[in-house]
Design a protein around this ligand. Structure first.
Ligand code: ADP
Length: 648
């Protein structure tokens, strides 16, 4: 585009005319501003001339020189200005303007811009001489330095001394144009780019250096650092590992390796590297801090706390370590890991943690209904234990876990307890959800303690309640510690089938479809048994069981009425109804002194004041049925529908 505001006068004449007149400071400043405007508005060729004249003015202040240099950047060296043909003259002006020390580094930038504006073949012809002059400005006045890579190095050392990183990068870029194979210059630029945050350019330079000097393994680490900054952890790890092939114990490389692994979520591997590093540098707080973080993300809370404490020993008050320790301690407390039980756990004191070894008093006769289930338990657990010789003759062994499923409050736990009572073996009741909560970060250790205890107390039954609590079959939903808990559980279950018949495992769940598949494999909790809600006959039986436990019950109990009117009540709810019914005459006996038996009216009003608790659960029955289509094919009793239509 043609510039409309061209100056009509030739600049040189205008200047010489102006300079004849007497100068006051105000007049001079106005004049200078006009000069700048003229420089801005004139066509490219004239610009070079105006610049030439202005740069030769003897009385320019430092600020004015700086302004002129800025104009060179804005108006002269931009790609549209078409100056390349006369760039030598432009650079001569720049040189004149940059004799003052403060402007030299800026001049370097302009030279580098010139490099970009020029065609390659013009660079040496036009740039070399003024550049050599510029570089000499950095050196002592009578320096004889010739245009060489060495000259660039000497100047760069000076810039380095003054911490002028940007100029250093400009200088190295210029130098590398002329001496592209000069390693030290390239390394210099790469290092400074890495420091300044232009990791991509640094990476490119290290790449070139590695091509040029394949035996300089140090560049591998440098390139790894650049990759790390670019968050390309895979590439970084490759470089670090290639370096470690040569120097396997190099602490710096190991640190980078552990960082890459951590970033790539390979926490266990990262931890291994850190363990090694800690041995190499046992007093380096950074390592302990890093290991605390890795331990934390692996949910190894104890270890993480220990590491954070070590950091605080070495570096009292380290804020990150404080933060980690604080939040993990809180976490532990919020999971109810009171210190005494926690230390008991640490000591391996199973009695303090799991309670004393006890054989339950419950019997199958305490359980209403569920005859088929009882029979199945007898055959899998009781008979092989009680009659080992006969059983072994028929190849029947105790064990092979059973998983009960069915609605809450209908006897799954009671069955397991009664199984232990019938067989006279000790019973260890484990709620997996609370193991997970209570021993968060250590749940797999808790599981192995539980099974170690079960083996010590053998014969014994371990009852795993709420098996579905651990993450479910959708493995993506499992947290790190759930995965660890499950894999420990699998180890323990497999151990039982192989070497110990005296520990049996029973499990329970309300939601079998949520149970991790691995746990349901044969030999583990492979046998699924449905524990259904009680039908009318069972409900009558359960009413009987609980009323029979109370001496003062009227003779005229209408069992069938109770059975018919307690549809969708779980066994547990029936127990509660009886409890509430008993409260009515008992309260009046205390208040009035008149004792009467628990009667139908009490049971009726107790029933009326509660509502069935299995209605919600009935909605799930359809899901059970679908699930059952698959599970029926497995060994076990499988699904049995409630013996009456559901009341949805
Ligand atoms: P869950 O199936 O949820 O494990 P539980 O076995 O813990 O249910 O039952 C809770 C309580 O309900 C038991 O302690 C017991 O008092 C009572 N109960 C459950 N099922 C029966 C049953 N079939 N006969 C008698 N009482 C039962």
């Amino acid at each position: 585009m043609q510039d409309q505001h061209q100056s009509p006068e030739p600049p040189r004449e205008a200047r010489s005319l102006d300079s004849q007149l007497p100068q006051t400071p105000l007049r001079r400043r106005r004049e200078f501003e006009q000069d700048l405007l003229r420089l801005k508005l004139s066509p490219a060729d004239t610009k070079v001339d105006i610049l030439g004249v202005l740069s030769e003015l003897p009385d320019l202040s430092l600020a004015e020189k700086r302004q002129l240099l800025l104009s060179v950047e804005r108006y002269v060296l931009n790609p549209r200005s078409e100056v390349p043909a006369r760039i030598g003259a432009v650079l001569e002006s720049v040189l004149r303007l940059s004799r003052a020390e403060q402007n030299r580094d800026y001049a370097l930038k302009l030279f580098r811009m010139a490099l970009e504006t020029l065609r390659k073949e013009d660079v040496v012809r036009q740039l070399q001489e003024p550049l050599e002059k510029l570089l000499r400005l950095y050196l002592p006045p009578n320096s004889q330095a010739l245009f060489s890579a060495e000259l660039f190095m000497r100047v760069s050392r000076r810039l380095e001394h003054n911490h002028e990183d940007e100029s250093l990068i400009e200088l190295a870029t210029l130098g590398l144009f002329f001496f592209p194979f000069h390693g030290p210059l390239r390394e210099l630029r790469a290092d400074y780019n890495l420091d300044k945050g232009d990791a991509a350019r640094a990476r490119g330079d290290y790449e070139r250096l590695l091509e040029q000097y394949p035996d300089q393994h140090g560049y591998l680490l440098d390139r790894a650092e650049a990759c790390l900054k670019m968050e390309d952890y895979e590439a970084a790890l490759d470089d670090v590992e290639a370096f470690l092939d040569e120097y396997p114990d190099d602490p710096l490389a190991l640190k980078k390796q552990s960082e890459c692994l951590f970033q790539l979520n390979r926490n266990i591997d990262s931890l291994k590297v850190l363990d090694r590093l800690v041995q190499l540098e046992p007093a380096n707080p950074e390592l302990f801090l890093q290991r605390a973080k890795v331990n934390e993300s692996l949910d190894y809370f104890d270890e993480a706390i220990k590491d954070a404490e070590r950091v605080l020993e070495l570096q009292p008050g380290n804020p990150e370590a404080k933060q980690i320790r604080h939040s993990l301690m809180l976490h532990r407390q919020s999971y109810g890991m009171e210190d005494d039980i926690y230390t008991a756990f640490g000591r391996g004191d199973e009695e303090a943690v799991l309670g004393e070894a006890k054989i339950p008093e419950a019997r199958f006769s305490d359980i209403g209904g569920l005859d088929k289930v009882k029979q199945a338990i007898r055959e899998t657990i009781e008979y092989p234990l009680k009659y080992p010789e006969i059983s072994s003759r028929y190849g029947k062994r105790a064990g092979g876990g059973i998983l009960f499923f069915g609605p809450p409050g209908c006897g799954k736990t009671l069955l397991a307890r009664a199984a232990a009572g019938e067989c006279q073996v000790s019973f260890i009741n484990v709620n997996l959800a609370s193991v997970l909560d209570k021993w968060v970060g250590n749940s797999e250790k808790a599981v192995s303690m539980i099974f170690a205890t079960a083996r010590k107390r053998a014969p014994s039954i371990v009852f795993l309640d709420e098996v579905d609590a651990i993450g479910g079959s959708r493995s993506s939903m499992q947290s790190g510690w759930e995965k660890k808990l499950i894999s420990q559980l699998l180890i323990e279950l497999d151990g039982l089938t192989s070497d110990n018949d005296k520990v049996m495992v029973l499990g329970a769940t309300n939601a079998p479809w949520e149970v991790d598949f691995a746990l349901r494999r044969p030999g583990r909790l492979g046998r699924l048994i449905f524990v259904p809600p009680p039908g009318p006959a069972e409900r009558a039986e359960i009413f009987k069981i609980y009323l029979n436990q109370r001496p003062l019950v009227s003779e005229d109990i209408d069992w069938s009425w109770l059975a018919q009117n307690s549809n969708n009540y779980s066994a547990d709810a029936i127990r509660q109804v009886v409890e509430n019914a008993a409260t009515i005459p008992w309260r009046s006996a205390i208040e009035t002194g008149e004792q009467r038996a628990i009667g139908m009216s009490d049971l009726k009003s107790a029933l009326e004041s509660t509502s069935p608790d299995l209605l919600e659960w009935e909605k799930l029955v359809r899901r059970y049925q679908e699930f059952d289509q698959q599970t029926l094919k497995r060994p076990g009793i499988g699904f049995r529908k409630s013996s009456e239509p559901s009341a949805t």
